[in-house]
Design a protein around this ligand. Structure first.
Ligand SMILES: NC(=O)c1ccc[n+]([C@@H]2O[C@H](COP(=O)([O-])OP(=O)(O)OC[C@H]3O[C@@H](n4cnc5c(N)ncnc54)[C@H](OP(=O)(O)O)[C@@H]3O)[C@@H](O)[C@H]2O)c1
Length: 276
């Protein structure tokens, strides 16, 4: 799998596994199977309520000799209510995951109305000194709040994980990231399956004899993004992994650039709303 080099030198496989909505035994089975297939980047969050199961699967894979800890990139996130207690929340996540160290810890949302995101990011950046965290990042940040944390902390997040899919590719934000050495990581890269019948996606998929999911993931990677599709379906795990082998032409990219779409989830300017 192709990898991006983060601003701290870490190699991050461009295709990873999202785990939002995977719960209980299903989460454990899917993560275990994903590692067997070759996935090396696993994305979870305390908010997803599945860190224990994700961690169990990772530890089982390591115990079986399928993968070493060094080969994996494990990301989790600081939930909004935990801004202001990042150190404790990090330790709780790490314990639930059952891992000695975590690779990337993200501020899950800036929540500007609360006014704690700079402190949250600074706390996360400081956690790296303990050796229990490799890298600090953010999610759902936009240029104004990125400017604030860069100025206040002097630390550049390794990545910003944002909603991004065909039809909503956030070109200005990606430009900002490129200028500052921040990787753009796409959440909901499949638009949650909502645009697989878009004529341009269907046309490119038919041309390459690939599935719409494979084509849109290949497209986002071609734009320079890492992608973390989620599936609860073992066959789709294999299918999505196959996106790494799709070679799109510049004409394909141009066609996919003209897919129409919008933001599907909360706008980080206003989500989750007024504090208290
Ligand atoms: N930072 C944030 O605020 C944030 C927010 C949302 C998500 N995320 C992260 O990003 C990850 C991905 O986003 P997401 O889960 O919201 O959306 P997504 O990955 O775009 O889409 C997941 C949906 O697509 C379906 N799907 C997966 N592979 C498919 C395929 N090959 N063909 C057809 N349908 C397929 C899944 O159904 P099945 O499971 O039935 O296959 C599921 O309903 C999350 O899991 C999470 O780790 C982060």
């Amino acid at each position: 799998m192709r990898a991006a080099t983060l601003n701290d030198g870490t190699a991050l496989p461009l295709l990873g596994l999202g785990t939002y909505k995977l719960r209980g035994g299903e989460a454990e089975t899917i993560v275990r199977r994903a590692i067997e297939i070759g996935y090396r980047h696993i994305d979870t969050a305390s908010f997803y309520g599945n860190e224990e199961e994700v961690g169990r699967a990772i530890n089982a894979a390591m115990a079986a000799g399928d993968v070493s800890r060094e080969e994996l990139i494990v990301t989790t996130k600081l939930w909004n209510d935990d801004q202001g207690r990042a150190r404790q929340a990090f330790d709780e996540s790490r314990q639930r995951l059952g891992l000695e160290y975590l690779d990337i810890f993200l501020v899950h949302w800036p929540w500007p109305q609360k006014g704690l995101y700079t402190r949250a990011f600074a706390d996360i950046a400081r956690l790296r000194e303990s050796g229990a965290l490799r890298a600090a990042g953010v999610a759902n940040f936009y240029p104004e709040v990125l400017d604030v944390i860069l100025d206040a902390t002097g630390v550049t997040p390794v990545l910003n994980q944002v909603e991004l899919h065909a039809g909503f590719t956030q070109p200005e934000l990606r430009d900002y990231h490129r200028q500052h050495g921040i990787l753009t990581e796409a959440w909901a890269p499949l638009a949650r399956g909502g645009n697989f019948d878009a004529p341009h996606i269907v046309a490119v998929a038919e041309k390459h004899q690939k599935t719409p999911a494979q084509v849109v993931l290949a497209y986002l990677m071609e734009l320079g993004c890492s992608v973390i599709p989620k599936t609860a379906n073992p066959q789709r795990l294999v299918e999505n992994w196959g996106a790494g082998e799709v070679a799109l032409s510049s004409e394909d990219i141009e066609l996919l650039n003209s897919v129409e779409g919008n933001r599907m989830s909360g706008d980080p300017l206003t989500f989750p709303g007024d504090a208290d």
